[in-house]
Design a protein around this ligand. Structure first.
Ligand code: CLF
Ligand code: SF4
Length: 521
């Protein structure tokens, strides 16, 4: 058991943290902020405190929370009631997980034992989700609800979350409310059945298989009805949309408006992953996924509508850990089976949450102060830039360049710094030496970025980055990401004015589609 001195230091490998009271206070002028995380410890200014209470520790529903809190999926729902053209049924549901991976399927009893084991090991754990490997509500949602019913009694501090294609949703809204499942994701790729017919070859509904436009029309109606029923009960709904270039990319703005008008809390636009090796219809027929820039253009166009989620990692149906990591291999069915009885103990999670709460309260003030400084000194004439960040969590720059398995992407400009995405990469440095081919992949993944922030970096990769026009920056090692990005932007604007650096506008980057299966080094 951990004591009350548990801190982010031990979890994210940091040195001494300044207590929140020592954080700089926001100046009086620092009102208004474009950052999604601005606000008091009661939450962002534009959010109802009751809603903030529901999302503040949920790594998917709050971008800020995803730096601190972990989710766990239990793969108890193998059946599915529709076919998506981006899915191969041999693998997991691609609506909330990457195709090409297979999860260990569990019974509800096995799932509970696994959850209790993981909760003892990972104090950041705050949410248990059911996201397949099929649809959580197919087969009457039997395993899904059996798992949540037991979990509610055994570990009441863990939030419950489920993901569905929406076909069977209206039949289960009462049960969802009954089990206090506060967070539901519906994958909605279209609001026009003509578009839907290009994505869904068939559905199974009311004991019958439907195809073509009829199938897409039924699915659309069920999705809209389910969404309305959930939001009218105060259940927070996130809508996932898979962006399929040439099929629904131009249509997603309409989807965004339709789900916003029905009360969706978040809209998560995810890139299609269509590797032919996964054997999906789209993959085998040459349908490509979007580039990073194409995805960002659609996401930016939807700003101002339903609030966007940009930090989704397209997890596995048995993912465990912070969103950028997967510790599933530490908790295989075999390892869990070998454990004896596991007691419920929430002490470590409780003290971790208290620490994070205090840390975040101070953070809001220091971000606002840094932003006011940029606004006052730079003005609004300089275009925003992208910065890639190597991080292990805690909103800090605390990962070595060579150990990073992903880079978080921040857009920083006169209006503030905000998280806009992530790029998965292969780890450049394994066993103490770097791999040149891997470095090329990293450069391709972040080549639209002006700088990369790291805790440490060697001479060779530094030179390659600089040659590619990306500045390696280690002077902010272990500092907070957003404040560092704003300080860098202030300096960049000055150098830009002097002609010492050039803008990287117009560069594009590759979205890597491989599966992330191992824990970060
Ligand atoms: Fe899981 Fe989904 Fe709940 Fe999160 S994931 S059921 S809402 S707890 Fe999160 Fe993973 Fe993206 Fe899903 S990063 S795939 S959005
Ligand atoms: Fe596959 Fe999920 Fe679509 Fe079912 S809902 S076909 S499991 S992607």
């Amino acid at each position: 058991m951990m004591s009350n001195v548990i801190s982010l230091d031990s979890i994210f490998g940091l040195g001494e943290l300044a207590p929140p009271a020592a954080m700089p206070a926001a100046p009086e002028a620092a009102s208004g902020c474009s950052s999604s995380s601005c606000g008091s410890s009661d939450g962002p200014a534009d959010m109802d405190p009751a809603v903030w209470e529901k999302v503040k520790n949920h790594p998917c529903y709050s971008e800020e929370a995803h730096h601190y809190f972990a989710r766990m999926h239990v793969a108890v729902a193998p059946a599915c009631n529709i076919q998506c053209n981006y899915c191969n049924r041999k693998y997991d549901c691609s609506n909330e997980s990457r195709p090409g991976v297979v999860s260990e399927k569990l019974t509800p009893d096995q799932a509970i034992k696994k959850i209790l084991a993981v909760a003892q090991e990972i104090p950041q754990l705050s949410v248990i989700g059911i996201a397949g490997p099929g649809d959580s509500l197919a087969a009457n949602g039997r395993n899904t609800f059996a798992t949540f019913e037991m979990l509610q009694k055994k570990a009441p501090d863990l939030k419950l979350c489920l993901s569905t294609n929406g076909l069977a949703l209206p039949d289960h809204v009462d049960t969802i409310a009954q089990y206090n499942i506060d967070h539901v994701t519906i994958t909605i790729n279209m609001v026009d059945p003509e578009v839907g017919a290009q994505i869904y070859p068939w559905i199974f509904y009311k004991h019958k298989r439907w195809t073509g436009l009829d199938a897409a029309k039924i699915l659309h109606e069920q999705q809209m009805l389910g969404l309305e029923m959930l939001t009218s009960r105060g259940i927070l709904v996130k809508v996932n949309s898979v962006m399929i270039p040439g099929v629904n990319d131009d249509h997603l703005l309409e989807v965004n408006k339709a789900v916003k008008s029905r009360g969706a809390f978040l809209h998560n636009i995810m890139p299609l992953i269509s590797d032919p090796a996964h054997g999906t219809y789209f993959g085998l027929n040459g349908q490509r996924g979007p580039t990073a820039q194409e995805l960002k253009v659609v996401q930016d166009a939807c700003e101002g509508g339903a609030k966007l989620m940009r930090h989704c990692r397209q997890c596995r149906a048995d993912a465990v850990g912070l969103l950028g990591e997967d510790r599933g291999e530490e908790f295989t069915a075999e390892k869990i089976e070998a454990m004896g009885a596991i007691d419920y103990d929430d002490e470590a999670r409780r003290s971790y949450r208290e620490h994070v709460e205090a840390e975040r309260a101070g953070r809001h003030a220091s971000k606002a102060a840094a932003q006011a400084d940029v606004r006052d000194s730079v003005g609004t004439a300089v275009d925003p830039i992208l910065i890639a960040v190597a991080t292990k969590g805690g909103e800090r720059i605390n990962e070595h360049f060579g150990h990073a398995k992903e880079f978080q992407i921040y857009e920083v400009g006169p209006n503030g710094a905000k998280f806009v995405g992530h790029r998965r990469v292969d780890q450049y440095c394994e066993g103490g030496s770097g791999d040149v081919d891997t470095l090329d992949g990293v450069l391709a993944a972040i080549n639209d970025c002006t700088a990369v922030f790291v805790a440490k970096i060697g001479g060779c990769p530094s030179k390659s980055l600089a040659d590619a026009g990306i500045e390696p920056v280690d002077r902010f090692a272990f500092d907070y990401i957003e404040e560092s990005a704003l300080a860098y932007f202030k300096d960049y604007a000055e150098r830009l004015g002097q002609g010492a650096v050039q803008s990287r506008a117009g560069q594009d980057a590759v979205i890597r589609t491989g599966a992330l299966t191992a824990r970060r080094a």
